[in-house]
Design a protein around this ligand. Structure first.
Ligand SMILES: [Zn+2]
Length: 383
């Protein structure tokens, strides 16, 4: 069984150990050690990466995955080691500390959701960009109000600013029974407890910062329904700073384009959308009038290579309001053949005689080009 050095020393980056077994698995070489500071994927926290250095040869082998099996921590290495080899391990600290910040923040969010909203958190997923927890609310709802989300954020960040201590230990049975845990442990042996500032206490085998201040900042990004639960997405620590940086730069760029401050950005976008919709409708009306003029000029025979078929449709509808008219028209590969109500040609049959399509006797549509329009107009004696 591997001694887990991170249980008592979550800041340990360098350690020495002996290889106790080697195996080939999942297309790679895995070694287990008598002791390790590498965290294996568990409880939603991803594994550590780093190196194992062979003390005899000086060779440094990258560690690319870490898993736990039957109490042993297995390290996937790029290279060869043998049982009995002495190694110096070094974990990738920025990666681990990021995980500690997200994991510590997760405890605080779950603890405050329990305290303020009586919601039960059931799972942590620590993602590459953001992390999520799923919350079961007492009344079964899958969303928080804006005020609830803000209250959770304020509660958590308030405790971060007070820089409260975070303590991890293995209590004996009697002490364990007396502890006010947020939820019952999922394991029955070697139960490790994490206590954050005396208000969030739960069983956990993960790595945590020594005090809440090191988490820096917690920001909830969204609360969305997911399989009957409320899924809370969040970022903590350095990630929260990077996220703020991204949002701020993007708001600044958009603000420059719209000549608006970031605070006025949403209003400026709404105004722009309204203006675009007005211009689009004016443009459509203008195009329709233009096509109608061309239909009049060409006695209803018209094909527009790059035309807008919606504008054509409206122009055709307007054109056949007058009695005695017939239209063979098309735009951008779409055909519209139509006639006034007082005529009796079957436009659907006419369109099928020159292209693929169909419709009603007085108005039919299909797919085709200029040749189809000209052929139909010729057969009807218009050309
Ligand atoms: Zn934890």
């Amino acid at each position: 069984m591997t001694e887990r050095l991170y249980y008592d020393a979550s800041y340990m980056t360098d350690f020495s150990a002996y290889v106790t077994a080697v195996k080939e698995d999942q297309g790679g070489t895995w070694v287990t050690l008598d002791r390790s500071a590498f965290y294996p994927t568990s409880g939603g926290q991803p594994f550590d990466t780093g190196i194992l250095k062979n003390v005899d040869t000086g060779e440094e082998l990258p560690v690319t995955d870490v898993e736990v099996a039957d109490g042993d921590v297995w390290h996937r290495v790029e290279g060869a080691l043998q049982t009995g080899d002495e190694v110096l391990g070094r974990i990738d600290w920025p990666r681990r500390f990021d995980h500690m910040q997200q994991h510590g923040g997760e405890h605080m969010i779950a603890g405050s959701i329990w305290k303020l909203l009586h919601g039960t958190t059931i799972g942590l997923h620590l993602g590459k960009d953001q992390s999520t927890i799923d919350v079961t609310m007492p009344d079964g709802r899958t969303r928080f109000t804006e005020e609830e989300t803000a209250a959770v954020e304020q509660y958590v960040n308030g405790h971060i600013q007070r820089n409260e201590p975070v303590r991890c230990w293995f209590p004996d049975e009697a002490e364990l029974a007396s502890l006010p845990l947020r939820k019952p442990p999922t394991v029955t042996e070697h139960i490790r407890i994490v206590d954050i500032g005396g208000w969030e206490m739960v069983a956990c085998g993960g790595t945590h910062p020594a005090s809440t201040g090191e988490i820096g900042l917690v920001k909830i990004l969204s609360v969305t329904p997911a399989r009957g639960k409320a899924r809370v997405s969040f970022v903590c620590g350095e990630r929260a700073l990077r996220y703020f940086d991204l949002c701020q730069k993007s708001a600044e760029k958009a603000g420059q384009l719209l000549s608006a401050t970031p605070e006025r950005l949403a209003d400026a976008v709404a105004e722009m959308k309204e203006k675009c919709a007005r211009l689009e409708s004016e443009l459509k009306a203008f195009r329709t009038q233009d096509i109608l003029r061309q239909l009049e000029k060409n006695s209803g025979v018209l094909y527009l290579e790059n035309g807008d078929d919606r504008a054509l449709q409206e122009a055709v509808s307007a054109y056949i309001q007058r009695p005695g008219r017939i239209v063979f028209a098309g735009a951008g590969g779409r055909l519209i053949f139509a006639r006034s109500a007082d005529r009796n040609e079957d436009m659907a049959a006419l369109i099928r005689s020159v292209a693929r399509g169909g419709g009603k006797p007085d108005m039919a549509s299909g797919a085709g080009g200029r040749d189809a329009v000209l052929a139909a107009a010729r057969s009807a004696g218009l050309l």
